[in-house]
Every structure is written in structure tokens, then in C-alpha cells.
Design a protein around this ligand. Structure first.
Ligand code: ADP
Ligand code: MG
Ligand code: MG
Length: 644
């Protein structure tokens, strides 16, 4: 979830008054850290995943499943080992937004040896077992993106009812009680309250209902002018979803900027392929992904900033929520594709430039800093800008974008990192590990082959919306680059830069619409396909047999999901609902349908149920939870690393 400062949160009124203070010192801190760290070289590839989980409680007698609000108790137990031996544990556990959520990461990041790719699934399995041991018999830890009946009546255990009129309520939601917000750290309720107060009203998340034969329109709670909409009114509907993220360390800042840019166009593609969340508040919707939901769930922009009223109190019109797809590329090559006007304060930009930051990075940081702080702790107001980075991190960690460019933390051995954030959480460890390994390998291929996936930012934005449509993975087409070699890319002759006059159609013709199948498996005479590119890279690498077998399983699985032979989690969930005997063709996912769906998911994750449509004949990877010592020595001697 980002920065977890300890301390006493300030009220919104106090926080608001300090917005300029945080901005000013945050910028100073960034300038200082940049100069301390810009020349840092030679960091090796390290990478790690983050998986978020929901704790589900089953009432077998009544066939009801609820989210279990026990994350705080669970974390106290899960963190015991880490407290006793911070560097020796195999997993780390952190709180997340929901009182029913936890986030698990490996105990330390994985390294650059190819054989590390064979560890991640076993580590994910270990994490799941570690939690399961602490649960009651009727509970289950699940890596599902959204709990289908989140916000439907009595969805929590213990049951709590929302109190929208209670002046003390943080969310004031009609559906999502404050008790479902993680109570163990003040950040979560503070953000909820401050985002709502900054915006001037509750957040409004709107999803078109999946309109079936007997669907009742207006949908219960729909806005008057939009009767076919499922309306969600709290931060918890978005931040209470789970996702799969990964972070890589680059060898230096330039490589980090390249990876940030090259992976950005892959974000909507991976979102479509990992789509896993078609149901909200107990309704089937037209959307397959959490992205727009979570984006709207923390949309703190005022009416002025959203363009609904003339600017009086606020400085800017702002095009997007603070949770959204990135707005600009950071590398020199990427800069040519920044075709969306960036909003930022010229004074902030100038301070960064005067502080020695180049144009693209200054624009990026200035753009992050159009946001006000929405969570400030009294103990953290006054800082030493030479050493501290909390004010910078305050704004950085509440800009939740598809990619995050992460500077090294103060006084640590950690280098420049890039975080890949679009993927939805999958049911099984096999699937999650497959996507993680795929993206790690892709970064190696991008660097080794100097691949170029850049397309205009406006096209990435367009793809983000396409990716969330129902069954986009099989039905939609996405803008994707054809000329994929940086070295061999044709001269652009300034056509890309000239777009302001020419409009979007003035671009070079290096990209076209492709299906997900074509992007992953190849399109004759146009693009070799991401998986074939990875396979070709692997041929030049020395890989041990088990790791090779595991990677091959992952790649085959991804190829089949991309080609449509396997369906996405979202499509599988839809099918299960539509086929359920209790389904009344009214878009409603009742308690019993929800219960049966989650029971099936439990069997899939435990491996007792094989769903061929989802993962074929199941997981046959050769994942291990240790690196064979002999192999480690051998590979190190032969310099056979995933890194360059
Ligand atoms: P955030 O909360 O900012 O997303 P976390 O601190 O939770 O980030 O870490 C995200 C992931 O980064 C974890 O999987 C962790 O193992 C991994 N990680 C930690 N150190 C490094 C490093 N030096 N390089 C790359 N990844 C790292
Ligand atoms: Mg994290
Ligand atoms: Mg993260």
C-alpha cells in the first residue's frame, strides 16, 4: 500500500494547510536524493512480487461466504517470525486497505540467476500455507481480485452495518462499513476521510450492469440519470481489491527509465490478459477489471479540477485520478511519444530544472506533485531535507499509477527500481507465478535485444479502457508497436514530435491494432510475438532442467490464455455465474452463487479441482523452494545470469 508512517494523523483542515509545505519540501528532498544517487551504478538484477489476499469465511450451513475482518490479528501472528529474525524469514506480511486483506512478499528479493524463476511459485505456496495454518477450518486465504459481494448486505464477518450518517464515519458509505477498513494503522481511514473531504463529496464509482434478460433497471442505488449503473460510493470498493505487482532493480537510473517506459505500453495488455474481476456489489457488470473502479475509488479531484465548474479555488484542471495509467515516458526515446499535455505547476518544474533535473524527469515529478497530500502525520511535518525523503514519498506513494519509478531509499543498499502494477490477482500460485516470471523475462529480453514497445501515451490510455471491457482478451484489439527493435527502428523524422499540430493521425505508422493472441504469439510479417521473443532469448541462456521445465509450463499457459484456448479468470467467473442453477438472469450474484463460486476457487487453488478452461490440465511446474547449491556455484562461475 506504500508508505506506512507511524504517528498521529492530522485532520483534513490541518493537512490541507500544509499542502504547500509538503510540496516544497518534497521537491527539495527529491532534488537532494537525485544528486546523491544519480550516479549509482552496477546494481544487479533483483526482483520481487507482491500478492494481495482476501480472507474468506464460509458459513456452510447457510451457504454464505463473507470476508473475515481478521487481518490485524492475523498480521500480529504472521509478523512474529519477522520480528524475531528480520532477515531470515521466507515471507513478509503487510497490511492492506481492507480489514480482510493482507499482502505477502518473499522474505527477500529474488536474484538474477535463471534458477530464481523456479523459486517464486514455491514461495507463493509457502505464503499461502503459512496463512492457512493460522486460519479456522471454515476460513480460506484467497488471491482473488475482488470479493464478488463486497458491499452487498452483510458481506463481512463479524457482520457490521454501514453508518452513512454517522459524523465520525470515514467513508460514510451506504454499503461499505468503516469496520471493513484495516483498523491497525491510521493511514487507511485517514486517506478515506481526506480523499472524500478534498473531493467535496463521496467518491462515485460507476459500472454499467451486465444487462441480462431479467435485469431490473434501474439497478438498486443507481444514479437517477444513469439507471443501468452499479454505483459504488467508497474507497474500499477499489482499494479493497487485490492485485499482483512486481518490482525490479535496474543497474542504474538510465536502465530504470528505459524499463519504466518499455513496460508502460505492456500495462493494458497485461491487464486484459489477467482480467479477473467482473462482479461488484453482487452484480455482474460490463467490466472485467478492477482498474477504473480503484481509480475512481480514490479520485480526490474537486468539481473544479474535474472540469465541472470554472476554476476558482483550485489551480488546475486535472485529467485523471491520482490512481491511473502513467502520463509520460521518462527515457529520451520515450519522450518523443509524450503526446498528452502534462499538467504541472511551472514554478515547481522550474525549481526542479534549476536543481539540475533534466526536462523529462522534472516534468514527471512536477506532474506527480500537482496532487495535495491526503495523509500527513504530526510527527512528520518537520524534516531534514538533506536526509529525509518522507515528503517526497508522501506524494509519490499516493500517485498510484500503472508503473512506478522508485528512487533508492535513504541509507540503503537498494538501487533504482521500477514497479509493474497493472496485473489482477489470479486464483492459483501457478498463474500468479507464470505472470511474474513472464514479466521478469520480458525485462531481460527488452534489455538484451533492445526492444522497443513505445507507442504514443494517448494510445496506451486508449488501450487501458479497451482492456477492461468484457472479454477484451478474446474480443478486442490493442494498439501495439510493429517495429520492435530500438537499434533498427526506422528514423522517425520528427513526425512524432510534430503531433501537436498534426493531431494523433500525424504519427508514424509504427503501430497498429492487434489482438492479444497476436501480441503474445506473433502476427506474420508484423510482430514475432512476446513469447517467441522470450523463447529465442532463452535459447542463448544456460538454464537447469527443472527451471526450464517450469518456464516452459508458464509460457505455454500464457500462450494459450492469449490465444483464447484458455479463458481469463473474469470470463471463467462469468460462466460459472451464468450456469449456476440459482442464477435468475437478473445480473445478481446471490449469496448461494457467491458461496459456490468461492468454494470452487478454493478447490482450484488447493489443486483438488482442475478447470481445463482456465489452466488446462493444471500445474505441472517443477517449482522448488531452494536454489540447488551446486547449481548456484556453477551458474555464478559461468556468469549465467538472467541479467546482462
Ligand atoms: P511497495 O510497497 O513500494 O510496492 P515493497 O517494499 O512492498 O514495495 O516491495 C515490493 C517488492 O520489491 C517485494 O517483492 C520485494 O521483495 C521487492 N524488493 C525488495 N528489495 C528489492 C530490490 N533491491 N530490488 C528489487 N526488488 C526488491
Ligand atoms: Mg507493498
Ligand atoms: Mg507495490
Amino acid at each position: 500500500m506504500g508508505l506506512l508512517s507511524e504517528g498521529s494523523p492530522l485532520s483534513w483542515e490541518e493537512t490541507k494547510k500544509l499542502a504547500e509545505h509538503v510540496r516544497e519540501h518534497g521537491i527539495n528532498q527529491f532534488i537532494n536524493l537525485y544528486h546523491r544517487l544519480k550516479d549509482r551504478q552496477g546494481d544487479i538484477l533483483k526482483w520481487g512480487d507482491e500478492v494481495e489476499y482476501i480472507i474468506v469465511k464460509f458459513d456452510d450451513e447457510n451457504r454464505v461466504a463473507r470476508v473475515s475482518l481478521k487481518a490485524q490479528d492475523l498480521l500480529a501472528k504472521l509478523n512474529e517470525k519477522e520480528i524475531a529474525d528480520p532477515h531470515g524469514v521466507k515471507s513478509l506480511w503487510r497490511p492492506e486497505y481492507g480489514a480482510y486483506m493482507i499482502e505477502g512478499t518473499p522474505g527477500k528479493p529474488f536474484g538474477g540467476l535463471m534458477a530464481n524463476l523456479n523459486l517464486v511459485e514455491a514461495n507463493m505456496r509457502y505464503r499461502r500455507q503459512e496463512v492457512t495454518q493460522l486460519l479456522d477450518k471454515d476460513e480460506c486465504v484467497m488471491s482473488i481480485t475482488n470479493f464478488p459481494r463486497l458491499g452487498a448486505p452483510e458481506f463481512t464477518y463479524p457482520i457490521y452495518y454501514p453508518k452513512p450518517d454517522d459524523p465520525k464515519s470515514a467513508a460514510k458509505s451506504l454499503y461499505f462499513p468503516d469496520e471493513a477498513i484495516f483498523p491497525g494503522h491510521p493511514r487507511f481511514k485517514t486517506l478515506t476521510r481526506n480523499i472524500r473531504q478534498r473531493r467535496g463529496e463521496k467518491v462515485a464509482i460507476k459500472l454499467k450492469v451486465f444487462n441480462d434478460e431479467n435485469t431490473k433497471i434501474p439497478v438498486l442505488g443507481a444514479p437517477k440519470n444513469e439507471p443501468d449503473v452499479v454505483l459504488l460510493d467508497a474507497m474500499g470498493f477499489g482499494m479493497g481489491c487485490c492485485c499482483l505487482q512486481l518490482t525490479f532493480q535496474a543497474c542504474n537510473i538510465t536502465e530504470a527509465r528505459t524499463l519504466y517506459d518499455q513496460l508502460a505500453p505492456l500495462c493494458p495488455i497485461m491487464l486484459a490478459l489477467t482480467a479477473a474481476s467482473p462482479i461488484y456489489r453482487g452484480y455482474l457488470t460490463e467490466s472485467d477489471c478492477r482498474w477504473n473502479v480503484i481509480s475512481s475509488s480514490v479520485d480526490c479531484r474537486t468539481e473544479e479540477e474535474r472540469g465541472l465548474k470554472p476554476l476558482r479555488e483550485n489551480k488546475f484542471r486535472i485529467a485523471k485520478s491520482r490512481y491511473d495509467s502513467i502520463d509520460s515516458y521518462l527515457s529520451t526515446e520515450g519522450g518523443k511519444y509524450n503526446d498528452v499535455p502534462l499538467t504541472y505547476d511551472e514554478k515547481v518544474y522550474k525549481r526542479l530544472r534549476d536543481g539540475g533535473i533534466d526536462d523529462l524527469l522534472a516534468q514527471h515529478v512536477a506532474h506527480l506533485f500537482i496532487r495535495d497530500t491526503v495523509s500527513l502525520f504530526s510527527e512528520k511535518v518537520h524534516q531534514n531535507d538533506e536526509e529525509d525523503t518522507d515528503h517526497f514519498e508522501n506524494i509519490q506513494s499516493t500517485n498510484w499509477q500503472t508503473m512506478r519509478f522508485k528512487p533508492p531509499p535513504p541509507n540503503s543498499s537498494i538501487g533504482w527500481r521500477v514497479e509493474f502494477r497493472p496485473c489482477e490477482a489470479q486464483i492459483s500460485d501457478f498463474e500468479n507465478a507464470a505472470f511474474v516470471c513472464f514479466v521478469v523475462l520480458l525485462t531481460r529480453v527488452i534489455l538484451s535485444y533492445q526492444l522497443n514497445f513505445l507507442i504514443p501515451i494517448s494510445k496506451v490510455d486508449e488501450n487501458m479502457q479497451t482492456a477492461q471491457k468484457r472479454d477484451a482478451c478474446r474480443k478486442e484489439k490493442f494498439w501495439f508497436r510493429k517495429a520492435h527493435h530500438r537499434a533498427r527502428a526506422p528514423e522517425l523524422n520528427g513526425t512524432v514530435n510534430g503531433t501537436k499540430e498534426n493531431g494523433v493521425n500525424g504519427y508514424d505508422e509504427n503501430y497498429e491494432l492487434m489482438t492479444i493472441g497476436e501480441i503474445f504469439n506473433g502476427k506474420p510479417n508484423t510482430f514475432p510475438g512476446l513469447v517467441p521473443l522470450i523463447r529465442s532469448y532463452l535459447q542463448s541462456m544456460e538454464v537447469d532442467t527443472d527451471t526450464h521445465c517450469t518456464i516452459e509450463q508458464y509460457l505455454r499457459f500464457i500462450q494459450k490464455r492469449a490465444s483464447g484456448e484458455f479463458v481469463t479468470t473474469a470470463t471463467w467467473i462469468r460462466t460459472k455465474v451464468l450456469q449456476h442453477p440459482d442464477y435468475k438472469k437478473d445480473s445478481i450474484v446471490s449469496d448461494s452463487i457467491n458461496y459456490d463460486l468461492l468454494k470452487k476457487i478454493q478447490e482450484i487453488q488447493e489443486g483438488t479441482l482442475i478447470e481445463p478452461a482456465l489452466i488446462g490440465q493444471g500445474n505441472r511446474s517443477k517449482t522448488k523452494d531452494f536454489l540447488p547449491p551446486a547449481l548456484q556455484k556453477h551458474l555464478a562461475l559461468n556468469g549465467c545470469c538472467v541479467g546482462k
